[in-house]
Design a protein around this ligand. Structure first.
Ligand code: HAM
Length: 454
């Protein structure tokens, strides 16, 4: 069936000569940023593999309803922050504000429930929230997230909390976990009742948004950032005092396991998280130095149990837990702590040439080096040896092979040691073994093979 036709959106054409702007709240990830991004991403991928998580990437676009049903219609994310549009077929689409709902959708859609449980998945990708842009808060930001679906044992809660802390710690960021329990459905009903009574009796001190939240979703008042609301919340009844016996027992066990694992945490009754799907354990990762300061509001990551979500989406009751961290925030913290990413790998050899015939010959040599797994670099379009040597220096190549007109006639090539500047003439046919010998001497027995070359 053909999609329903909707009128094509009006297209505004940028005036010639006007430089296009970056959309507010968005960020380019520039070449200078990538050493940090690679460091974080490689750490996530390697720890995921150590702990038996498999990668999943879901689309950036999902049906708007997926998030309304999971994150909750009365949350800030759904009410104010979601990027939504109607596509040309008339469907309501959202740019995903988070990853958990999509992972659960995929779990159901691909029949993961009939595989041995739990299913352990991780993802790395951009999320979108129409937030007020500021440092560490963007409208497009990246998360790495981990989800364990199909295991409700409290030790899994502790393992999940510890996993996030391990990743952050291994990236050089000591964190303190802030942890709370938001209980099961029965606890929530009991708690919401006492909380609403408390808030109603102090309604005049609430901000305008919280006056509405108090009626629609009173738990949201607990994470309101307005100062007067925060003061009020200090003395609000705590969820922990209203947990059902079952929820209390679950949480006690989680804390015991965390103690066994020597994970440092604070019990924090204000951690209710801005998403409605949470049950039982809810937690956030705060840089250890920020605990108790204003900066505590900018968590590096957070997560919790969401035992009802699979069922909300039409599946069998299935316990689940996970967390996600904001990559930009992690990198900001790493930079603030002076953490340096490793310098990018350097080529083993640079090829410089002068004249058309020499270029042809070096193009062939370039391919031969690559086939042998030698990391080789060149700037074939350049005709000046000086410019080519500058490029070799910039890339930190230890050696350059120079093939000029004289060498072409003699059947030789110059090997230049880039550090000492000493040049040696060798037979062209010896170029490859000579470079291999020198690489071996420089790198010791460590043979560096280009991973792209099998
Ligand atoms: P969240 O707390 O909404 O949880 O987001 C997780 C992390 O994403 C935050 O702690 C923060 O580092 C980062 N983040 C959120 N909004 C922004 C923003 N506007 N700019 C920069 N970074 C931001 C979730 O998204 C849940 N899905 C986590 C989860 C996974 N729960 C269970 N499984």
């Amino acid at each position: 069936m053909l999609p329903k036709k909707t009128p094509a959106p009006e297209v505004f054409i940028l005036k010639k000569g006007k430089t296009p702007n970056l959309v507010r709240g968005m960020k380019d990830i520039l070449p200078v940023d990538w050493p940090w991004w690679n460091l974080v991403m490689n750490k996530v991928v390697s720890i995921a593999s150590d702990f038996g998580f498999e990668r999943i990437e879901t689309p950036i676009l999902e049906e708007q309803n997926l998030f309304v049903r999971s994150v909750g219609k009365d949350t800030d994310i759904i009410e104010k922050e979601m990027f939504v549009f109607t596509d040309r077929g008339g469907d309501n689409i959202a740019l995903r504000p988070e990853g958990t709902a999509s992972v659960v959708r995929a779990y159901l859609e691909h029949g993961f429930m009939s595989l041995p449980q739990p299913i352990k998945l991780f993802y790395l990708g951009p999320m979108f929230r129409y937030d007020r842009p500021q440092s560490g808060r963007y409208r497009q930001f990246w998360q790495f997230g981990f989800e364990i679906i199909g295991d409700g044992h409290p030790v899994v809660d502790a393992e999940t909390v510890a996993l996030g802390a391990t990743i952050l710690q291994e990236l050089g960021l000591p964190v303190k976990v802030q942890i709370n329990s938001v209980g099961d459905a029965a606890s929530r009903i009991a708690y919401v009742k006492v909380l609403t009574e408390y808030l109603k009796s102090r309604k005049s001190q609430l901000c305008e948004d919280c006056k509405k939240r108090m009626l629609k979703n009173p738990m949201r008042v607990l994470d309101c950032k307005v100062e007067t609301c925060q003061t009020l919340v200090q003395d609000a009844p705590a969820f922990l005092d209203h947990l059902s016996e079952e929820a209390k027992e679950h949480f006690t066990k989680v804390l015991e396991h965390l103690d066994d694992m020597e994970v440092v945490y604070d019990l924090n009754p204000r951690i209710v998280r801005g998403l409605d799907y949470y049950t039982h354990t809810a937690f956030e990762y705060i840089p250890a130095d920020d605990v108790g300061t204003e900066k505590q509001q900018s968590a590096l990551g957070g997560g919790g149990r969401y035992d009802g979500l699979v069922e909300t989406f039409g599946g069998r009751p299935t316990p689940a837990i996970g967390f996600a961290c904001g990559i930009e925030r992690v990198i900001i913290q790493m930079k603030a702590r002076g953490i340096q990413p490793p310098t990018p790998p350097r080529p083993d050899v640079f090829l410089a040439q002068l004249g058309d015939a020499a270029r042809k010959k070096t193009l062939k040599l370039f391919r031969e080096f690559r086939a042998l797994g030698v990391k080789v670099a060149a700037t074939f379009s350049k005709t000046s040896i000086k410019t080519q040597l500058e490029a070799a220096n910039r890339l930190r190549a230890p050696f350059t092979l120079i093939l000029g007109q004289k060498e072409m006639v003699d059947g030789t090539v110059l090997v230049r040691d880039m550090e000492s500047g000493i040049q040696e003439v060798i037979d062209f046919s010896k170029a490859i073994p000579e470079i291999q010998k020198r690489i071996k001497k420089t790198n010791g027995d460590k043979i560096i093979l280009n991973p792209e070359v099998k």
